[in-house]
Design a protein around this ligand. Structure first.
Ligand code: URA
Length: 212
């Protein structure tokens, strides 16, 4: 049976597969265009998201909105979701069991939306699609990942909250964002850095950044 995004949102609202639902105000299933070509996937709702039941509506969300404007893409054209759909207490990092409990919802959202590009925001989202790599080494480098028999471009980026904490990450995030339109408009002709990481490209680049 076909299941819709609204049905997934309803299931998320009723979900008790992990204890997070007990301490939250609203569930945050994700929102946007069901036919989006670009899907942004963050970590987990924060305070404002929990209050409103909507993803990326706090400070990090304002930055995301600004970045979308910088590439002339409307927020309503994309789909924005998180790896975890209920807010972890005190904004702590999501636990592996919480990510696992939420996995089916995100997987089904991706299956329905069938985006061309998934932009991962932060390391929890990156880990889902490209496990075992460092965001500082792969941010801005797109690669194809096969998901349910379909090749989707994964474009790793820093989390906007990390960008708000430092100018260096902010600059990198802004630069990485500018790559999105190339993939949308000219997908076939853009070279994908398939298995190349920045570490392999620039072995002397040892600087590690604090990441969300
Ligand atoms: N940070 C996230 O990862 N997701 C949100 O929805 C908001 C902040």
């Amino acid at each position: 049976m076909e299941i819709s995004l609204a049905e997934i949102a309803q299931q998320v609202a009723n979900c008790q597969k992990c204890p997070l639902y007990k301490s939250t105000t609203k569930s945050v299933p994700g929102e946007g265009n069901p036919k989006a070509e670009v899907m942004f996937i963050g970590e987990a709702p924060g305070f404002n998201e929990d209050q409103q039941g909507r993803p990326f509506v706090g400070q990090a969300g304002k930055l995301l909105d600004e970045l979308l404007s910088s590439i002339k893409v409307a927020r309503s054209d994309v789909f924005i979701a998180n790896v975890v759909k209920h807010r972890p207490p005190e904004n702590r990092e999501p636990l592996p069991a919480e990510i696992e409990a939420c996995r089916e919802y995100l997987d089904r959202q991706i299956e329905i939306i069938q985006p061309k590009i998934i932009v991962t925001l932060g390391r929890f989202s990156l880990e889902k699609f490209i496990p075992g790599v460092k965001i500082s080494q792969v941010h801005g480098l797109a690669r194809f990942v096969e998901i349910n028999g379909r090749k989707i471009i994964i474009l790793p980026m820093f989390h906007p909250a990390a960008a708000l904490r430092g100018a260096e990450v902010m600059n990198m995030l802004r630069q990485d964002f500018l790559k999105i339109p190339q993939f949308l408009n000219n997908q076939e002709k853009v070279p994908l850095e398939n298995s190349t990481t920045k570490e392999e490209n620039t072995k002397d680049n040892g600087s590690q950044l604090t990441l969300i």
